[in-house]
Write a protein that binds this ligand. Structure first.
Ligand code: LLP
Length: 417
């Protein structure tokens, strides 16, 4: 993570020290690097240069308006899964004509809003959803552009909770019945069949599952072409993994080169929906050590960040590096469990981490730019953290820390008596 580097023993985000950010904005705070976001996006965009292609950043990974805006300025498209994410993209200056709408449970209102905004297409996941989109478009007197998310039944070799391309998963349309669904769609009056998509899982560290899925999709495309059903774009979803500790995923460039190689001379437009590989290593969560508590069994460092702020370790047993903001020469390195103030045994951000700690120390939980803040909750009535974006030597508050009144907004007491 070269964006977050030590300068004179002090961890920096680009040219701003994390201790300065903690002083100014408090902790816990998410800190993002504009440069790292841009570079990660450009890895995709540059590998696709000269080709009819679109990189639709998966908004779910990090939907902060400033993050979306930085990517929109570079010409990114967006992959959304709700009307809420659509509204964020529009407010951040994203182009609706570059938006694909994924997700298994789109509501009629969401479909209507997306049609009004003029999105690129709906990624349809079931027969019933196709009928719903057709009906809403009919009421509006328009045609909805649709793509079908095909479930290619390949094993992405990733964590079962984030593997989505197997028959047993709830996602997509079974590849064996896809031809019938395409046929039916082609005959519906209010949809326009424009694409085919798939998303087989997240945090993939090998290229081969992507290529297996692509093979199956290309075979399906050929079958459809024989029936006169022509597809304009192929969307391979997201899923490229990142390095959290010692994983060695392919770079975006390597992944795209392998895809382009397999595409050969097919002129189809290509879409990708990367989330994690754009945002994860562009962010850290900054937290402070409150107390050190050593029992006969364990050394606990109680920190001010908790599972409600960053749930990946508790939810998936995910490993994220935790490093000190200030390097210390004196004192002992010991194994620490880094635990938050939430009343759950599962409230930890890291276990058995070799660190040299003192109360008051600042720590950075690495690779927290994706699926970090977006999955935060208010459990234990804890305000969600602030979010800060660094651009060179400036740090900007891009979301204020929640206040207690934010947390109680909309709640009411019963009438007296
Ligand atoms: N497209 C679709 C249809 C998706 O479902 C997802 C992620 C993406 C794109 C982006 O995938 P990425 O490039 O980020 O792998 N909360 C989990 C990850 C859940 C991913 C869900 N879908 C985590 O923290 O690991």
């Amino acid at each position: 993570m070269d964006t977050f580097e030590y300068q004179n023993g002090l961890l920096h985000a680009e040219e701003v020290s994390l201790s300065k950010i903690a002083e100014e904005f408090g902790t816990p705070t998410y800190v993002y690097s504009r440069d790292a976001l841009e570079r990660a996006y450009l890895d995709y965009a540059e590998a696709l240069e000269g080709r009819d292609a679109l990189v639709c950043y998966a908004v779910k990974a990090n939907s902060n308006l400033a993050v979306l805006n930085v990517l929109a300025r570079l010409g990114a498209g967006f992959d959304i899964v709700s009307a809420g994410e659509l509204e964020r993209v529009l407010r951040a200056g994203g182009d609706p004509a570059k938006v694909v709408f994924s997700g298994v449970g789109k509501q009629p209102d969401e479909i209507r809003r997306a049609l009004e905004a003029g999105i690129l297409c709906f990624n349809i996941e079931s027969d019933a959803e196709l009928d719903r989109v057709n009906a809403v478009a009919g009421e509006m007197g328009v045609k909805a552009p649709v793509s079908f998310r095909v479930n290619p039944d390949v094993d992405a070799g990733t964590h079962p909770y984030i593997s989505t391309g197997l028959k047993e998963n709830k996602f997509g349309i079974d590849i064996d019945t896809a031809v019938e669904v395409y046929r039916r769609a082609a005959a519906l009056p209010h949809v326009d069949v424009v694409g085919m998509d798939c998303h087989i899982g997240s945090q993939l560290t090998e290229i081969s599952p992507f290529l297996d899925a692509l093979d199956r999709l290309l075979a399906l495309l050929d079958t459809l072409a024989q029936e006169g059903i022509e597809i304009e774009h192929l969307d391979l979803g997201g899923g490229l993994g990142v390095c959290y500790t010692d994983e060695q995923p392919p770079s975006a460039g390597e992944y795209i080169a392998a895809v382009l190689d397999k595409m050969g001379t097919r002129g189809l437009k290509l879409i990708f929906e990367p989330g994690r590989s754009i945002a994860a290593n562009a962010g850290v969560m900054l937290t402070r050590v409150e107390f050190l508590k050593q029992t006969g069994e364990k050394n606990f460092a109680i920190i001010d960040g908790a599972m409600n702020d960053l749930i990946r370790p508790s939810l998936y047993s995910a490993y994220q590096e935790i490093i000190p903001v200030q390097l210390r020469e004196e004192g002992d390195t010991k194994a620490w469990d880094l635990v938050g103030p939430v009343c759950e045994t599962g409230d930890f951000l890291g276990k058995d981490r070799q660190l040299n700690l003192q109360p008051g120390d600042l720590l950075a939980v690495c690779s927290a730019g994706a699926y970090g803040f977006v999955m935060a909750s208010n459990y234990n009535t804890r305000p969600r953290p602030a979010e800060v974006m660094v651009d060179d030597n400036q740090a900007y508050l891009v979301r204020a820390r929640e206040s207690l009144s934010d947390l109680m907004r909309g709640e009411q007491l019963l009438p007296q008596g």
